[in-house]
Structures are given as structure tokens and as C-alpha cells.
Design a binder for this molecule. Structure first.
Ligand SMILES: NC(=O)c1ccc[n+]([C@@H]2O[C@H](COP(=O)([O-])OP(=O)(O)OC[C@H]3O[C@@H](n4cnc5c(N)ncnc54)[C@H](OP(=O)(O)O)[C@@H]3O)[C@@H](O)[C@H]2O)c1
Length: 378
């Protein structure tokens, strides 16, 4: 044992190079420093394209060797001397988005990508290189959000929501679209086009928009995935579906049936950068509409500039979410407004130990529907 009862060593998944599979190794347990806490990692949310990130296919940049990881749920094991709220024993959500303290525009995704500035790359390489695919993880205090364990995990008879720890992992998926929808100030009663809506983050956007009081037009290429999405959401009467056919005229005619939309939330994967939905959704918006671009396109995207200009539209990019969005989203969950878990149609397909990283990453690529989850349990 070391300071604050932490073991001297721990198991961690270590990626030495994207051309080699990661291995589970015994490494030194991180110690808390000023401004940080060490958290016993309970569940790591595996994103659907983890495999492509870690084997280099997606060309994300990060320093190696790396202990990879994503957002997670954990229990605080030890805290730095300056922590005034977070204490050992707290159940926390661990946010993967790390920002420089003296320059928040130096931002990167811990365990995944080192960002786009010299500062973000240095901060990941020198300070926050190791993340949640490990028994313990040192995280910045501000990346930890204390969860109301009694409310979330307590039994309904005692005023709890009866969730399981697995269910809480869905918070990190919901946070991504919340960041974009909050950024464009989606209002209750408005109509938002979500496209594509059939992926994990796209589906989560539908749930978040509904919880924010909006009506949703969900777009996707696959009619049966759209039908499944509509049958899974808590208020199907507030969700319309339009297929992405590749033909802008057909899509805009289908969208027009629901009247001009107030907002468009885009979350396409890199391969969708030429998808017709980008144009048809923008052409279906009202004057003064707002557009949130969260898609992960690596190529330039063509937009109907003249319509955006004449209709005074606002086009905003969003990477992840603001720190203040995290407690706000958690409140929606803790108050039962935004449901998670099996009752909300979410299903956990597996919760794997570190040694079974391959099974976890393969399974996550397979199960990408609304609420589908694959977790790691270090
Ligand atoms: N801005 C941010 O902060 C942020 C954060 C997280 C993720 N992202 C980006 O968001 C993307 C989407 O994430 P995700 O997890 O929801 O989904 P994903 O697993 O990356 O992609 C699957 C979704 O994309 C659709 N799709 C795939 N190829 C397409 C194409 N050629 N044309 C149109 N649609 C296509 C799929 O629809 P079908 O059902 O038709 O196959 C499905 O809806 C990620 O790839 C990532 O780049 C951005």
C-alpha cells in the first residue's frame, strides 16, 4: 500500500504502438497530486469506433505508450490536498475531455486523441497521458462529477431511480449531443432534425432533444433502424423519421411534411462527409435556424451557402461539451427527466475485464443502435 491506501501497482492496458495489439501490464498506481484525484475505475464506456482509433485506422494522434480509455464511472480512492468537495468514496463520472487550466482552448480527449494545439499535445504527452483502461486513474478534479448515488442507484421504494452502475455509463454518450444542442440553445417546443440518428451518438441526440422538450425529425439511411429508434424512445409521438436516400429532392420533400425545422444537429461519421442529409437538412430549416455541426468529418463538407446566408442561419461547430454542461445533464438524469438504463431502451451487451479488450472493442463496433452499450470493468 502507498499513500491514502492505494496499492503500489495495478493492472492497466498499455498501447505501445497502433501497429501492435495493446497488452495488460502491471504498472505503478498513480498518486494524487494537487488538483487531481485517483479514482478506482468501475466501468469504462467503449465507443463504437475504439478499435479504429487504437489500431490507427482513424488516424487519431496520441502519445505512446498510452493507457487508453474513454469516459468512465468510478469511485474516488484518493484526493489531492486542494480538493474541497470530492472525497474518497464518492461515485463519480469521469469526463474524458481535458482542458488546460491556464488556456482552456488547449483541449484534448484523454486516452483517445491529443487535440489540435501544441499546448493540448504537450498536456496529454507530459501530464495526462494515462486514462481509464486501468484499475486506477488519476484525473483532474474538474473532470470528476459527483453522482447522487442514493438517488441514482437507490431502490424506487426509497426514492431512488433503481439504476445499476452499468446504466450510469450512458451519461457519457448523452453528454456529447447535449453539448451541441445546448450550444444552439434548443428550446422546448422546437423541432430539430437529427442526422444521422441511427448511430450511438445520433440516437442519444434524439433522447436528449426529447428531454429538452423538442420534437425530433430523425434521419438515417436504414429504414428498419429508424423504425427501431422510434419504437425505443419514450415519446414516439414526438419523433418523425426521414430516410437518407442520397437524393436531396426526395429528402427535402419528405422533411417538408413536418414544416420548417428550427434546428439541425449533425453527427455523421468521417465516411458521411458527402452524405445528402447535410444539404437536405439545411434546406429544410426556417429563417434564423441554428445548426450544430458535431460530425467527425475529416474532409471539407459542401454546404448550401446562399440559403444559410439569406436565411440568417447560425452555423456552429462543437467539440464535445462545456464543463458546465456536465452537471446540467446529470441533473436531467437525477431528476428522472432523461431516462437511462434498460427501462429507457438501453442495453449493455457486455462488461469486460481489461484482458478481454478485443472482445469489448469488437462488440462495441457491432452494437451501435440507440442505447447499445459495451463496457470494460478493469
Ligand atoms: N463533435 C464531437 O465532439 C463528437 C463526439 C463524438 C463523436 N463524434 C463524431 O460523431 C460520429 C458519429 O458517431 P456515432 O457514434 O453516432 O456513429 P458511428 O458509429 O461513428 O457512425 C454510425 C452512424 O453513421 C451513419 N453513417 C455511416 N456511414 C454513413 C454515410 N456514408 N452516410 C450517412 N450516414 C452514415 C450510420 O447510419 P446507418 O445506420 O445508415 O449505417 C449511423 O447512424 C463519430 O464517428 C465521430 O466522428 C463527434
Amino acid at each position: 500500500m502507498n499513500t491514502q491506501g492505494l496499492p503500489k501497482s495495478m493492472k492497466a492496458l498499455v498501447l505501445k504502438h497502433t501497429s501492435e495489439p495493446p497488452t495488460v501490464q502491471n504498472v505503478e498506481t498513480p498518486q494524487p497530486t494537487l488538483g487531481s484525484a485517483v479514482v478506482r475505475v468501475l466501468r469504462v464506456k467503449v465507443i463504437s469506433y475504439s478499435r479504429e482509433v487504437m489500431n490507427g485506422t482513424r488516424n487519431y494522434q496520441f502519445p505512446m505508450p498510452l493507457i487508453p480509455g474513454f469516459s468512465a464511472i468510478g469511485r474516488v480512492a484518493a484526493v489531492g490536498a486542494d480538493a474541497t468537495k470530492i472525497k474518497p468514496g464518492d461515485l463519480v463520472h469521469m469526463d474524458t475531455t481535458i482542458r488546460s487550466r491556464d488556456n482552456p482552448s488547449d483541449v484534448f480527449l484523454a486516452g483517445v486523441a491529443d487535440g489540435y494545439t501544441a499546448g493540448s499535445k504537450r498536456l496529454m504527452k507530459d501530464v495526462w497521458r494515462n486514462w481509464t483502461c486501468a484499475e486506477y486513474c488519476r484525473a483532474p478534479l474538474e473532470n470528476l462529477a459527483v453522482l447522487d448515488e442514493r438517488r441514482l442507484l437507490g431502490s424506487p421504494g426509497e426514492g431512488g431511480l433503481g439504476y445499476k452502475i452499468d446504466d450510469l455509463s450512458f451519461i457519457s454518450t448523452l453528454l456529447v449531443p447535449y453539448g451541441g444542442l445546448k450550444d444552439i440553445e434548443l428550446q422546448a417546443g422546437q423541432t430539430v432534425i437529427v442526422a444521422p440518428a441511427t448511430g450511438p451518438f445520433g440516437g442519444a441526440a434524439v433522447l436528449v432533444a426529447l428531454a429538452m422538450g423538442a420534437r425530433v425529425i430523425a434521419m438515417g439511411r436504414n429504414a428498419s433502424s429508424l423504425a427501431k429508434l422510434k419504437s425505443t424512445v419514450p415519446t414516439p409521438e414526438l419523433v418523425e423519421t426521414v430516410q437518407i436516400t442520397g437524393d436531396v429532392k426526395t429528402e427535402t420533400e419528405a422533411l417538408a411534411k413536418f414544416g420548417p425545422a428550427d434546428a439541425f444537429f449533425d453527427i455523421g461519421p468521417p465516411e458521411a462527409y458527402q452524405s445528402s442529409h447535410l444539404k437536405s437538412a439545411i434546406l429544410s430549416l426556417r429563417h434564423g435556424a441554428k445548426i450544430s455541426l458535431m460530425g467527425g468529418y475529416r474532409e471539407d463538407v459542401a454546404i448550401p451557402h446562399v440559403v444559410i446566408m439569406h436565411k440568417n442561419m447560425q452555423l456552429r461547430g462543437k467539440w464535445m461539451y462545456e464543463r458546465s454542461d456536465i452537471p446540467d445533464l446529470i441533473k436531467l438524469v437525477e431528476h428522472g427527466i432523461l431516462k437511462i438504463g434498460e427501462k429507457a431502451g438501453s442495453h449493455t451487451y457486455g462488461s469486460f475485464p481489461l484482458e478481454q479488450w478485443k472482445e469489448a472493442w469488437d462488440l462495441a463496433a457491432e452494437h451501435t443502435g440507440l442505447g447499445d452499450q459495451v463496457l470494460m470493468q478493469p
